[in-house]
Design a protein around this ligand. Sequence first.
Ligand SMILES: [Zn+2]
Ligand SMILES: [Zn+2]
Length: 368
Amino acid sequence: MTTKRDYYEILGVPKGASESDVQQAYRKLAVQYHPDRVPSEKKEEAREKFKEISEAYAVLCDAQKRRMYDQYGHVGIDGRYSQEDIFKGADFDSVFHDLGFGTGFESFFGDVFDFFGGSGGRKIRKRGPERGADIEIPVNITLNDSYNGAEKPISFYRTETCPTCNGSGTKQGTTKKTCPVCRGTGQQASSLGGFLTFTQPCNKCRGSGEIIDTPCATCAGRGKIKQPTSITVKIPKGVNSGTSIRVRSKGEAGERGGPPGDLYVVVRLEKNNMFDRDGDDLYTQTKIPFHTAAIGGDIDITSIKEQLKMKIPSGTQSGKVFRLKEKGMPNIHTGKSGDLYIKVLIDVPTKLSERQKELLREFAHLSE
Ligand SMILES: [Zn+2]
Ligand SMILES: [Zn+2]
């Protein structure tokens, strides 16, 4: 939640402002921010602004609410009044009639309230089919899986259409009834005073317009049930940690006949003992005998794919990094391979035979 601005500040009036000052300030701002009077790209912003100033006005013009606000701030209002109640009793009629917003304003105001409803996760209009939610499942893969590509079995729970009632939620042989409270509209209107009415989803049917008398036993009338699901996901070559693989229509079932959501399989690359990965490049290190470092020679290298020979030039210093071109990971998009970087460390022997020591002493003598 964002921090709410001070009501007085919103309307630009001092703390002790009289009711008529507050009304005047609101009137001025209402003209400025009325969504019908701003260019379309600014409409959303104007709506928010309009909501903000209307709320400030509704509170500051009501002696009791204003007292609560002065004493306890926003907590005093939000903790005590519902969003609808804040507006209840406020005199919008005289403001807007004077401004000539009379006709059509009612529907506009309803529109603004629609936004309140939306922020609370409720829908005002009778609910139609809705797409199901997406599901995100992590999957661990090894570097080899990424190099070769893989198929991974994945198990998870997803909401599916109830097979017993086919999603209707009703017991076999029975049907839904039109909701008696809202007569099928899914909405309930409450008055805000004057000609202003505020609609909200029907409490009885929760906005569907229908009620179930004899619910399906399998799903208890929900029309959906959680089911364990297993699928095999193809892991493309070159995927890295964080790559998200989309599997269409394997998310949660939709509402009221809507399509299912998607499944997103999010790749987590396990740490590899031998290689560090950076993008498409791999990094490793290997020890080489000190004599090879001095006089050069071939050494064996294990890449992610195969055994390789690598030439060590004479006079190689410990810590030198060699690059083997295109021996890294395949790029997920282009398929082109990255490189393999090998850091060589000189291995100083710890056990020497007498003969070896003798030769090294001779070597040392020659080096002086
Ligand atoms: Zn069912
Ligand atoms: Zn209803």
